[in-house]
Write a protein that binds this ligand. Structure first.
Ligand code: SF4
Length: 469
């Protein structure tokens, strides 16, 4: 096993050849903030850089209750903000958990509009009624689950959920039905890591030789101990037909300090990576940056360490209104990730899950953003914008719909390989449609007629194609 390279700020500064900050406008994506931004938070005004860098300090000081927000912010927390946060807790399906790193990056002068506050600290005033066709398990992961903790949809790939806890809880989480514990509005069967329960998953994969690829998600791989990380990694890599495993973790984005100071965890990751490589198998990390505001010099340091270990990191962002739905933000995010050796892999249209209507965009917005981003950098560093089809059709490129009734916000899709013969529908958020279309959605009978008409356009065409064969 190769030894984990340890970097500190000084090493990186001497390694990088460019002056910082860079003044040229086109190169602004190479500037990463390196100030002691956490010192603006009254409770952390005396926290040193070394303390802030410590992963144990970050975990210990994570915010897990609304009351802590007030305690840590002191006078920066107005009564209006506090009331709105408390109201949010009555509605949101996600509990609060936020690292000091992300908490301190929020603009507390204007928290309402801040893209990080929006993602992790919901306000009661932001919520909209759920779409009539939202679902707790919108992607049908439970339906396609042959054994607990496993979803098997694509022939050669499975999704393994060994834990349902994370270092932060995101308001937009697609698995809000199980992640992060019960809330005032939702009862959940959240579970922590328990390696005795994972053997059935390994057994299923062993018995299905078509499977080559395993996504280890959850929950978040950051919450696995080094021993658990290795138990899963080695267990999977020892299955002869497994060629690729991916550890999914939002950690690089919201808690880079763990990569810098949790040497045992990083060493375990390196050992699994090297073990896989010795058998010609890939071990990579998939992470989850959605806003350029999540990226700082700490990210740069963490990525330098992972890159030096030979670990490939890919990113999956979720498109969210007010977070990353502008061309400038998405281009900056894409270019920053590329610069940091993180491959921008996917941008997802927001899933149709509870408590997220205010975040969702229309399909058209997704298509237009993809057009704007494409061409700004190399193709392999350009994310594919996808819609993960409600009902389990899998991920489809945003422009690959079969029919789009833009006026009523209804798109119809097929997934010929994943679910042959089935059609799937995705719906734009109603509040973004014209007043006339909103009126039509208010009537259940008209709703049904609009949806049937859109589906018929596709099924009739399919019948015609079939007859012409
Ligand atoms: S880190 Fe992933 S699984 Fe955890 S709350 Fe966020 S989106 Fe959900």
């Amino acid at each position: 096993m190769s030894e984990v390279l340890k970097l500190d700020d000084k090493d990186v500064k001497t390694k990088k050849q460019e002056a910082n900050p860079i003044k040229i406008p086109e190169l602004q994506h190479r500037n990463f903030r390196n100030d002691e931004f956490w010192k603006k938070i009254p409770a952390w005004s005396n926290v040193s850089r070394a303390e802030f860098k410590d992963h144990l300090w970050q975990m210990k000081n994570s915010i897990r209750k609304v009351e802590q927000v007030q305690k840590v912010l002191g006078k920066l927390c107005t009564k209006e903000l506090m009331d709105d946060l408390l109201e949010g807790q009555k509605i949101t399906p996600m509990n609060i958990r936020i690292t000091p790193y992300i908490f301190a990056l929020i603009d507390w002068e204007n928290p309402k509009d801040d893209p990080l506050r929006k993602q992790f600290l919901p306000l009661g005033s932001q919520f909209l009624p759920d779409h009539p066709f939202y679902a707790e398990d919108s992607l049908g992961e439970d339906t396609d689950s042959p054994v607990p903790m496993l979803t098997h949809r694509y022939p050669d790939k499975v999704l393994f959920l060994p834990t349902t806890i994370c270092p932060v809880y995101c308001s937009y989480c697609t698995r809000s039905r199980i992640i992060g514990g019960s809330t005032e509005s939702v009862d959940k069967n959240t579970y922590g890591a328990n390696q005795k329960k994972w053997d059935d998953v390994f057994e299923y994969i062993l018995r299905n030789p078509l499977i080559e690829d395993v996504v280890i998600s959850g929950g978040d791989s950051y919450m696995l101990t080094p021993a658990q990380l290795k138990y899963i990694g080695e267990g999977l890599l020892n299955i002869p037909h497994i060629r690729r495993i991916r550890y999914a973790s939002k950690g690089v984005a919201i808690f880079p300090q763990k990569i810098l100071t949790d040497d045992a965890w990083v060493q375990a990751l390196q050992e699994i990576h090297d073990y896989g490589r010795s058998y010609g198998k890939q071990v990579v990390v998939h992470t989850h940056f959605s806003s350029p505001k999540e990226i700082t010099h700490w990210t740069e340091l963490a990525m330098d360490r992972l890159f030096s270990m030979g670990i490939t990191v890919r990113n999956q962002a979720v498109l969210q209104t007010g977070v990353n739905d502008s061309v400038d933000t998405m281009v900056k995010l894409t270019r920053q990730l590329g610069y940091l050796n993180i491959q921008p892999y996917y941008v997802y249209l927001h899933d149709m899950v509870p408590g997220c209507e205010h975040f969702r965009t229309t399909l058209r917005e997704g298509i237009e953003l993809e057009k704007a981003v494409r061409g700004t950098t190399a193709g392999f560093n350009t994310p594919t914008f996808v819609c993960d089809l409600p009902g389990g059709g899998g991920k489809r490129h945003v422009a690959s719909y079969e029919y789009y009734d833009e006026e009523n916000g209804i798109s119809v899709w097929k997934a010929p390989y994943v679910k042959p013969g089935e059609v799937f529908t995705y719906f734009d958020p109603i509040h973004k449609l014209s007043p006339e279309a909103q009126k039509r959605w208010a009537d259940p009978k008209t709703q049904k007629e609009m949806i049937n008409a859109a589906i018929e356009k596709v099924t009739k065409r399919s019948d015609k194609d079939e007859n012409q064969k």
